[in-house]
Design a protein around this ligand. Structure first.
Ligand code: GUN
Length: 305
């Protein structure tokens, strides 16, 4: 077998971030408010802090207004809800994101439900999740949106393709299954959502034209689970100890990349695959929210049905 085509998410993310920056300039020229994103971080999870820092930098580069609220690990639910209310009421803020996971004393869903659906650029509020189920416009979660954008922009056919998603989280697996099974460009896939209790998982995975790994387990997908020539999308970002690495760990995906690249037709690397697209889609959702607040139509094609 040859070497798979490497799907460069980093380059695509830069392209999308450039488009978003253009959108911001147009808003400004039209006299509308620039997009504003409010990000709340509770506690000191190093991975969460790294993501929040990246989101702040991306906002700045795109010309957004951004606010970051850092709260201590011991923050109560009521204190956090008060911060969300503050951002909900702020007219300069069009997107509110509370970085997950949250400490155990906080009910995650209560916090997500407290975000105004029209500012829920993470697409996690039940109103947005429901809109996605029935094909109405609304915000979809950023990582699944990034996967769809990557497939569309790299010209990978999804129509009628047997697509296996391993993982059923609210953040990735479930919304991605819904997005890919909608009607339209970059969709119309035949989706099979698998998880840790799925029987004969390797057999099912081996039938996939598009195999998407999103279960959060390092190197779970091995080369024997991949149909030769299939497209493999790796959503996982796992830290594995590596004493020789600068920080004592390195990042690996849910796919055994070195082996998979010999079998797949196309594959996303980790890092540099789906990850950068997540932030690009967060910016795009926030721009969309700012456009809606200014009474402007959506600049993004909506796949319904
Ligand atoms: N934690 C990991 N990914 C995400 C995400 O997309 N949004 C939020 N809010 N938290 C996360």
């Amino acid at each position: 077998m040859g070497q798979a085509r490497i799907l460069d998410g980093k380059a695509l993310a830069e392209q999308i971030r450039g488009e978003v920056a253009d959108g911001v300039r147009k808003l400004k020229e039209g006299g509308a408010r620039i997009p504003g994103l409010g990000v709340v971080l509770v506690g000191d999870n190093p991975a969460s802090r790294a993501y929040v820092t990246m989101k702040g930098k991306a906002c700045q580069a795109a010309g957004f207004h951004s606010v970051q609220m850092d709260l201590p690990e011991q923050t109560t639910q009521e204190e956090l809800l008060a911060k969300v209310r503050e951002l909900n009421a702020d007219e300069a803020i069009h997107g509110v994101l509370v970085q997950l996971p949250l400490p155990p004393q906080i009910d995650e869903m209560a916090v997500v439900r407290s975000i105004l659906p029209e500012k829920d650029v993470d697409g996690l509020h039940p109103v947005n999740a429901g809109n996605l189920v029935i094909g109405l416009p609304g915000f979809a979660p950023c990582t699944p949106l990034g996967v769809c954008e990557l497939l569309t922009r790299t010209g990978i056919e999804t129509k009628g393709c047997f697509t296996v998603i391993i993982g059923r989280s609210n953040l990735v697996g479930k919304p991605l299954a819904l997005l890919l099974s909608r009607k339209g460009k970059g969709a119309d896939a035949t989706v099979c959502m698998c998880h840790s209790r799925t029987q004969d998982l390797a057999d099912i995975a081996r039938r996939a034209d598009i195999l998407i790994a999103a279960m959060g387990r390092a190197h779970f997908v091995t080369a024997d689970m991949i149909k030769p020539g299939a497209t493999v999308i790796d959503v996982g970002i796992n830290r594995v100890e590596d004493p020789s690495a600068k920080r004592g760990y390195r990042l690996v995906g849910d796919v055994d990349y070195e082996a998979a690249v010999q079998v797949a037709g196309a594959i996303t690397p980790v890092p540099g695959g789906v990850g950068p697209l997540t932030i690009a889609m967060l910016l795009r959702n926030t721009l969309e929210s700012a456009r809606a607040a200014a009474g402007l139509p959506s600049a993004v094609t909506h796949n319904g049905g």
